[in-house]
Design a protein around this ligand. Structure first.
Ligand code: CA
Length: 229
């Protein structure tokens, strides 16, 4: 049981690679396919710009030295119409190129030759930012709590929760491993007028146990509730 982030494999991520060295282009395409990305390719700047402006990509890998239209110019024109994250590939020691690339709107750059793992890591970071994965998915055993869509699944199946049940689960999961007192829960979940309904909390907890498993929420008599770490 650990605080996990949603896996990129679960999202259809589409990338464009613009590179005129065909061996490198094929190698990149293969490596990115193996990571589960959908990959389009272009081997010159004109084709790259056409694809980048015509289709929707989650990120673009862009070589700077390209025939027909160089990478810097491609990026400049792309930035007039789109904010697609771009990772620029640049030759070793081409510092002016790098600075130029970042100035014209590259989001990151990598110096050739680069390690495949480093490229993949940087792309993951770019794509994560692009698809708004800053919001984590909390995982507690076989239960996943998606804080962006405010939905809960158990063993991959969607669980129908009321908004208040969801709020209760999210609050306990965010405090996992710690006892959450009834006072904390009342403060978080209910407004003042509902305070008198003293057994309401027990009803929600009982319903959640039916939906998410009897041991999902643990009761500590006289102290409160917790979700085990
Ligand atoms: Ca090149």
């Amino acid at each position: 049981m650990e605080l996990g982030y949603c896996c990129l494999e679960e999202i259809a991520v589409r990338l464009l690679v613009v590179e005129d060295e065909l061996d490198l282009l094929r190698a990149l395409e293969k490596a990115l396919h193996e990571e589960g990305y959908a990959v389009d390719t272009a081997s010159d700047g004109e084709d790259g710009l056409f694809k980048a402006t015509t289709w929707s990509y989650d990120a673009i890998v862009l070589d700077l030295m390209l025939p027909k239209l160089d990478g810097g110019e491609l990026l400049k024109r792309l930035r007039r119409v789109k904010t697609t994250p771009v990772l620029v590939l640049t030759a070793r020691d081409a510092l002016p190129d790098r600075v130029k690339g970042l100035d014209t709107g590259a989001d990151d750059y990598l110096v050739k030759p680069f390690e495949r793992l480093e490229l993949l890591a940087r792309l993951r970071a770019l794509v994560r930012r692009s698809v708004g994965q800053a919001v984590p998915v909390l995982e507690v055993g076989d239960v996943k709590i998606d804080m962006a869509s405010r939905t809960v699944t158990r063993q991959g199946k969607s669980i129908n929760l009321t908004p208040r049940e969801y709020a209760l689960v999210e609050f306990l999961a965010l405090h996992r491993g710690k006892i959450v007192t009834r006072t904390m829960l009342y403060d978080h979940l209910f407004d003042e007028n509902e305070d008198s309904l003293s057994n309401l909390l027990d009803v929600h907890v009982s319903n959640l146990r039916k939906k998410l498993g009897s041991d999902f929420i643990i009761t500590r008599r006289g102290q409160g509730y917790l979700i085990d770490a």
